[in-house]
Ligand binder design. Structure first.
Ligand SMILES: NC(=O)c1ccc[n+]([C@@H]2O[C@H](COP(=O)([O-])OP(=O)(O)OC[C@H]3O[C@@H](n4cnc5c(N)ncnc54)[C@H](O)[C@@H]3O)[C@@H](O)[C@H]2O)c1
Length: 268
């Protein structure tokens, strides 16, 4: 049986572990070929574990086992040369890019009056400017094709305020604004742009934040405790399901939309 994304190509940032990896595997399982971009090295800020080159290699192997292909790119979304190189190699090798999942991101706590400029810059440069730097190189490919779907991984923090996370929330509200503005610019070319807004997700980011706070992942989820549905967090597979829907032709008239995957949190 042909997969739903047979013949399509997905460029995914932050693909080494967490939501990016699970989404890459879900798309590969439906026949998509994958370009997996990830910093794949440690960062002094926020200080928890990023993905690794071993993660990227194991992702490529797992895609092959699913009968798909995966090219991996260790690189920083803040580095235009790395981004441009990866987009060029992807189009040379696969001929097109149908789906861009702007997913790379970091998170860290800090009161506004205690944040350093370095922390502010890292948060905004990775989570917001990085998404633009990648889209800037992918959009021309999609315009040439007259088709494509961009999905920006924002957060519930992109639709509400969050104490001790103002720089994170600013970056995620920024993604919400980019999404709606790009949807306007790109609709004439048949390109759709949407944002997703997960509540806490059970990924290495969650574990990393908990460790920085000296808590267990469960304790940190209970502290946030805003989900209506009685779950501490959602799983990366729940995010992947949303991305696959938005990337598919089933969502052909969905653009400029914020899709919440929040276990009801934002209804409060
Ligand atoms: N985990 C959550 O609770 C949660 C909730 C809502 C939204 N989000 C967002 O979802 C996205 C994915 O988060 P996750 O939970 O999978 O996190 P994660 O930390 O588990 O994975 C993030 C991936 O991004 C990569 N990355 C980080 N900085 C990068 C950079 N500068 N260039 C390239 N790659 C980089 C990391 O190496 C890692 O593989 C993020 O944008 C995050 O803000 C997370």
């Amino acid at each position: 049986m042909r997969g739903e994304f047979e013949g399509r190509v997905a460029f995914i940032t932050g693909a080494a572990h967490g939501q990016g990896r699970v989404t890459a595997l879900a798309l590969a399982g439906e026949g998509a070929r994958i370009a997996a971009f990830d910093i794949a090295r440690s960062l002094s800020y926020p200080g928890y574990d990023m993905g690794s080159t071993a993660d990227l290699e194991s992702l490529a192997a797992a895609c092959r086992e699913l009968g798909s292909e995966c090219i991996t790119f260790p690189g920083d979304v803040r580095d235009d040369a790395a981004v441009t190189g990866a987009v060029d190699v992807t189009t040379e090798r696969f001929g097109r890019i149908d789906i861009l999942f702007n997913n790379a991101g970091i998170c860290a706590y800090g009161l506004a009056h205690e944040l350093t400029e370095d922390a502010w810059d890292a948060m905004l440069d990775i989570n917001l400017k990085g998404a633009w730097l990648v889209a800037r190189r992918v959009i021309p490919v999609m315009i040439r094709q007259r088709s494509g779907v961009i999905i920006n991984n924002s957060s519930v923090a992109g639709l509400r305020g969050m104490g001790r996370l103002s720089h994170y929330a600013a970056s995620k509200w920024g993604l919400t604004g980019l999404t709606k503005s790009w949807a306007i610019e790109l609709a004439p070319y048949g390109i759709r742009v949407n944002s997703i807004h997960p509540t806490g997700v059970n990924t290495p980011m969650n574990d990393g934040l908990a460790a920085l706070e000296g808590l267990t992942a469960k304790e940190i989820a209970e502290r946030s405790a805003g989900n209506l549905l009685p779950v501490p967090w959602i799983e990366a597979e729940d995010v992947a399901n949303a991305v696959l829907y938005l990337a598919s032709d089933r969502a052909r008239y969905v653009t400029g939309a914020p899709l919440v995957i929040d276990a009801g949190l934002l209804s409060r």
